[in-house]
Design a protein around this ligand. Structure first.
Ligand code: HEM
Length: 509
């Protein structure tokens, strides 16, 4: 007969076994971490905060005190050189700022993306998020097939055809800015350009008209914001979900992901029905997304999930970074009246009073291009990328064993004196067509096969919006606002760039 006493003896024994097992596992893990340290500790790097956590406490301190993590990487690069080591538990990553290595690792298809970051973003707090979409696809074949199918929606002939939409959506911003000027209220430029870029991507990518400058209650801008916040916590803070105080935030983030994926599902189904009914559908990004799933020939459910992965990828990647670039550009122009005047003069000369900016006009706005490039040098809105080292190698004279991640930060290398003289000065002349080209130290769109697919798209859009603002308005920055950078994974201006706006008629004539 099993007595209460026997049960408690067995329960006691089980507890002892479990404790022993946990203890042995813990010791085993510590030994493993020690082995990893031994393997990589010849590589210079900042002292670890903690044997097990490595540099995680520093990352958390920087993130929680709202500083830009890449400033820490920059400080360490100045101290520890062009390749240095950071540790997180048993993981090791090297921050690389040497141009030759940047060229080798980013330009070659041989090195895949770093699974610690990109595989992790498959989900966000347990909900499928970027999945196997273009940014996060780890498997070369899956990525390559998607990229090949998506390319036509980014060809120069297709992009030319988008000028009408860029103009039309930017005109809506001009109308809103006129109202703001008349009412003499403060413009939050980041909020405004964010609405334009989201409007543009929804129209050109998915054929949907959101009209966010009028539709203030749209849930999408805050859903994107929550997803970005979620990505930062999810990647940088392994303890985030352990604290009950973060439960609400995690729930909100999961709801935001759900909203984006449910919306994607609705829009995809509408497009599928239109195709089945023989309706004329645009050859836009959504059409290509449908083709991607067909081509990869997964099962039906996985097809649909993959389409949603790319929907979310374009919804986020296709909008936020351009809005951030535009707001930083307006901030820097506001701080530098002479540069602003020169940019305005060029716009007046090229555009005069005409409303519709043509594709050929864009090529003539060379100084404006320089302003936009210099903006991304100081503020690479998507600041870094990382690769996985599969084989032993030597980087900048340092022997590096396989099995670690390599972090490349355009923020770090663009802000180093060895890359650009007086690096913190905003100087668009660095990108004068006759100036020497930066050598693998400036890569705001990443480089090589996994570089940004939307680079030309985004710079056409940014030029149209900025040129129209300069053509029609005078703006001044509201005094006392911060010019700090907010690190939300992507970088954006902390203050939102608050401006007073004056309508100054179209062009000089
Ligand atoms: C100023 C604006 C932009 C910047 C600075 C930027 C920057 C970047 C960077 C750095 C990457 C590499 C990401 C990584 O390796 O983790 C990337 C990838 C990507 N971007 Fe952009 N991006 C911008 C705008 C856009 C736009 C407007 C679109 C779409 C319409 C877009 C679509 C993509 C896609 C699909 C990828 C993944 C490419 C691949 O792996 O094949 N981006 N972008």
């Amino acid at each position: 007969m099993v007595t209460y006493q026997t049960i408690s003896v067995w329960a006691g024994l089980l507890t002892v076994y479990l404790l022993c097992f946990a203890f042995i596992a813990f010791v085993g893990y510590c030994l493993y971490v020690r082995r990893i340290h031994k393997k990589y500790d010849h590589i210079p790097g900042p002292p670890r905060d903690n044997f097990l956590l490595g540099h995680v406490p520093t990352f958390l301190r920087e993130t929680n005190s709202e500083r830009v993590i890449h400033d820490k990487f920059l400080e360490w690069a100045e101290t520890y050189g062009p390749v240095y080591r950071i540790n997180s538990f048993h993981g090791v990553a090297l921050v690389v700022s040497c141009p030759e290595a940047t060229k080798e690792f980013l330009m070659s298809p041989k090195y895949s993306k770093d699974p610690f970051v990109y595989k992790r973003l498959f989900n966000l707090f347990g909900r499928r998020f970027l999945g196997n979409g273009l940014v996060t696809a780890m498997n070369h074949d899956i990525w390559y097939k998607q990229r090949r199918i998506m390319d036509p929606a980014f060809s120069s002939s297709y992009l030319r055809g988008l000028m009408g939409t860029f103009n039309e959506r930017a005109e809506r911003l001009m109308e809103r800015l006129e109202e703001i000027a008349e009412e003499r209220i403060t413009a939050n430029m980041h909020q405004l350009v964010n609405c334009v870029t989201l409007d543009v991507i929804c129209k050109v990518a998915f054929g949907v008209d959101l009209d966010l400058l009028k539709n203030y209650n749209s849930p999408f801008p805050s859903a994107i914001e929550l997803c970005l916040q979620g990505m930062v916590h999810y990647i940088r803070d392994p303890f985030f979900t352990l604290f009950p105080r973060n439960k609400k935030k995690v729930q909100e983030i999961k709801e935001a992901v759900k909203l984006l994926r449910t919306t994607g599902s609705q829009w995809i189904n509408q497009r599928k029905s239109a195709v089945e009914n023989g309706d004329d559908v645009p050859k836009d990004i959504l059409t290509q997304i449908l083709k991607t799933a067909e081509e990869l020939e997964a099962n039906n459910e996985e097809d649909h999930e993959l389409m949603l992965d790319n929907f979310v990828t374009f919804f986020i990647a296709g909008q936020e970074t351009t809005a951030n670039q535009l707001s930083f550009a307006i901030m820097e122009l506001g701080k530098h009246p002479k540069i602003l005047e020169r940019a305005k003069e060029e716009v007046d000369e090229v555009l005069g009073t005409k409303q519709e900016i043509l594709y050929d006009d864009l090529g003539k706005l060379t100084y404006l291009s320089q302003v936009l490039k210099e903006t991304l040098r100081l503020y690479p809105t998507a600041p870094g990328t990382s690769r996985w080292l599969h084989e032993d190698t030597v980087i900048s004279g340092v022997k590096v064993p396989a099995g670690c991640a390599l972090i490349f930060s355009s923020y770090v290398s663009s802000r180093m004196e060895k890359s650009f003289k007086d690096p913190l000065k905003f100087d668009p002349d660095r990108f004068d067509p006759n100036a020497a080209k930066p050598y693998f130290c400036y890569y705001p769109f990443a480089l090589g096969p996994r570089s940004c697919l939307g680079q030309t798209f985004s710079q056409m859009e940014a030029k149209v919006v900025l040129a129209k603002i300069l053509q029609r308005f005078e703006f001044s920055l509201v005094p006392g606002q911060s010019f700090n950078i907010k690190d939300t994974g992507t970088l954006r201006p902390e203050s939102g760039v608050l401006c007073k706006i004056k309508y100054c008629s179209q062009g000089k004539n």
